[in-house]
Design a protein around this ligand. Sequence first.
Ligand SMILES: Nc1nc2c(ncn2[C@@H]2O[C@H](COP(=O)(O)OP(=O)(O)OP(=O)(O)O)[C@@H](O)[C@H]2O)c(=O)[nH]1
Ligand SMILES: [Mg+2]
Length: 289
Amino acid sequence: MNEDKTNINWYPGHMAKTRRQIKENISLVDIVYEVIDSRIPYSSRINDIDDLTNNKPHILIMTKYDLCDKEETNKFIERYKKDGIYVLIYDLSKNIDSSSLINLSNEILKDKIESLREKGLKKDTVRALVVGIPNVGKSTLINKIVGRNIAVTGNKPGVTKNLSWIRIGKNIELLDSPGILWPKFSNEKEALNLASTTAIKEEVLPKERVAVYIIEFLHKYYPNVLLEKYSISSVEDFDLVYETIGKKRGFLMKGGVVDYDRVTDCIINDIKQGKISGITFDRIEDYEF
Ligand SMILES: Nc1nc2c(ncn2[C@@H]2O[C@H](COP(=O)(O)OP(=O)(O)OP(=O)(O)O)[C@@H](O)[C@H]2O)c(=O)[nH]1
Ligand SMILES: [Mg+2]
């Protein structure tokens, strides 16, 4: 974020607590499901996932595939697969067939289960940790696997408050966990990508900065979306951008003056509520692997 906002508290104490609790519970875990948002296939990764989870076997689960720009996101998927990472993609706004996830987990753990069997130990239950940044769909994924709403979900960060084990049938248990971030973002773009896709609490955001970022980003990569959605073709004059959107949407105060705060909220909410789809904020060429 910009200099005067470096003290925003996107890393509240409970995230440090969650990290501690994950470490405490990791010995019980066989496999890690790292859940990330397909619209930010790089920015939503937990950069210390291997340290955090003691190098446990790991599947990258990309949610919100329905909302992303598939062409751009697929470049990351190919890259991850090339690096030997297991990747599964989901649109959790619909029901899913979770057998691919269960089968892949069993396949990855085959050797471990086999060697335990050779030692005379029977492994009946596979335990998976579901981990990721806030609001990516960790709890929704669990509900889709279970087939009923057992974990609390909501379209804002910080919905899940505690680690909790959820038993799925006889042979698998999932550990839901509250979303985590890290104490310091590597650059402003990372912070703004996370803010744009609702991973950071709105209450601590410089909201206008985020809204301006979204508009500039759409102008650069998806000018047609900007034109169709907001009738904007130039971002040189932001007063004009706000005036145009405000008038189009009817966000007017007394005397016909545009209410800038409502314009800001509208831009942020359009992304948050999935009213703008087909966009991916990360660009593969911006990152080193
Ligand atoms: N369109 C779409 N929405 C999704 C998808 N997955 C999750 N959501 C929505 O994203 C929001 C967040 O989902 P949650 O399951 O609560 O996310 P979480 O990762 O558990 O969040 P925290 O517990 O706050 O860390 C909800 O409104 C879900 O309906 C998806 O694949 N597509
Ligand atoms: Mg949750």
